[in-house]
Design a protein around this ligand. Structure first.
Ligand SMILES: [Zn+2]
Length: 335
């Protein structure tokens, strides 16, 4: 069993003040351990969002002891779009002025977060999602899990301040070698220090492989993710099942080892790079002790998913309100 600690917080102007106070004192190191066992730890946090509606909010923070009834304290939304399922929103990179459609601006992200609250969506933590999948625990109606892929530094710079403002937890699936090897080319990645800081405020960091986030051509020139069976050019053949298993298992275990060493992770979750997965790959992930898996297939997540589908909300060419419409449509069984 995962022990649950909970707290309730209201959105609104008043709360920003209390949050500033909270974070100010958290920076003194006084409140962190009381509020969070640390995302990714089994000393789980349930975050309740009690919304008073626009203009009608009152600051309300409350720490209660572990109890399943704590979950019921979350305010029932006036409209239920879906129950016992989770909309796992997926984001990647953020830029102030997005240079491509698949990058989001912080303004759009902030608008999305405000709309989620206004429309009665309830953001849950990594620990709540784990309890939902592994223990059959309930999630609130219209549950949303915020996930970011690839561990970009832009998460710290542009998304994290918004998450803090709303008091929303989130998960970032990091390519772990990006934190260990700072001279790697490509978009700048999060440092371990940044992750440790954010971890104190409800952000969990999970596995997106240690170093398998790339593709290689097979014999026919088709690009295959490194998490798939590779063609060994020097040997003129494909990997055997055992060669493949060992290579991927070693990578996933190294990522888990580093997440545990640097962040104290106990929960294990994996987002498959490019959303690519097969039965064979799922078996290898499970062998690495990872039961909670995420794809990029579009849809709402339920307990029976082998790899949870997600909803891509990280596009700047999609109006924030479109994300809300997509979630409502999925709730009605739409695609
Ligand atoms: Zn990725």
């Amino acid at each position: 069993m995962i022990p649950l600690r909970s707290w309730t917080i209201a959105l609104g102007a008043a709360v920003f003040t209390s949050w500033s106070l909270f974070f100010a004192s958290a920076q003194d190191g006084k409140t962190d351990s009381r509020w969070f066992g640390g995302p990714g730890s089994k000393d789980a946090v349930v975050r309740h969002l009690d919304r008073g509606g626009p203009g009608g909010t009152k600051a309300e923070e409350e720490v209660s002891t572990s109890s399943p009834s704590a979950r019921a304290e979350r305010r029932q939304p006036s409209v239920v779009y879906y129950s016992d399922r989770v909309a796992v929103l997926m984001y990647h990179h953020l830029q102030e002025e997005p240079e491509r459609g698949d990058i989001l601006s912080p303004r759009q992200f902030e608008r999305q977060m405000a709309l989620l609250a206004e429309h009665g969506f309830q953001v849950i933590s990594a620990e709540e999602y784990a309890a939902f999948v592994l223990e059959g625990a309930k999630v609130p109606d219209n549950a949303v899990l915020l996930t970011f892929d690839d561990g970009y530094a832009s998460f710290y710079e542009l998304a994290y301040p918004v998450l803090k403002k709303f008091g929303y937890p989130a998960i970032n699936f990091v390519i772990v070698s990006g934190a260990d090897q700072r001279d790697k080319p490509g978009i700048q990645k999060l440092t371990w220090d940044q992750m440790r800081e954010m971890q104190k405020h409800g952000i969990a960091f999970m596995n997106h492989t240690y170093d398998l986030h790339a593709k290689e051509a097979d014999a026919s020139g088709r690009e295959v993710p490194l998490t798939g069976r590779q063609y060994l050019k020097d040997k003129g053949r494909s990997e055997t099942a055992e060669e493949y298993r060992k290579r991927v298992l070693d990578d996933l275990l190294l990522a888990e080892k580093r997440l545990s060493e640097e962040l104290g992770n106990e929960l294990r979750m994996l987002a498959f790079p490019y959303g690519y997965f097969t039965e064979e790959l799922v078996r290898i992930a499970r062998e690495a002790g990872i039961e909670i898996l995420f794809s990029v297939k579009h849809g709402l997540a339920s307990r029976k998913d082998q790899a949870a589908p997600r909803v891509n909300a990280g596009r700047s060419d999609m109006e924030p309100v479109e994300v809300i419409r997509a979630l409502k449509a999925l709730g009605k069984g739409g695609k």
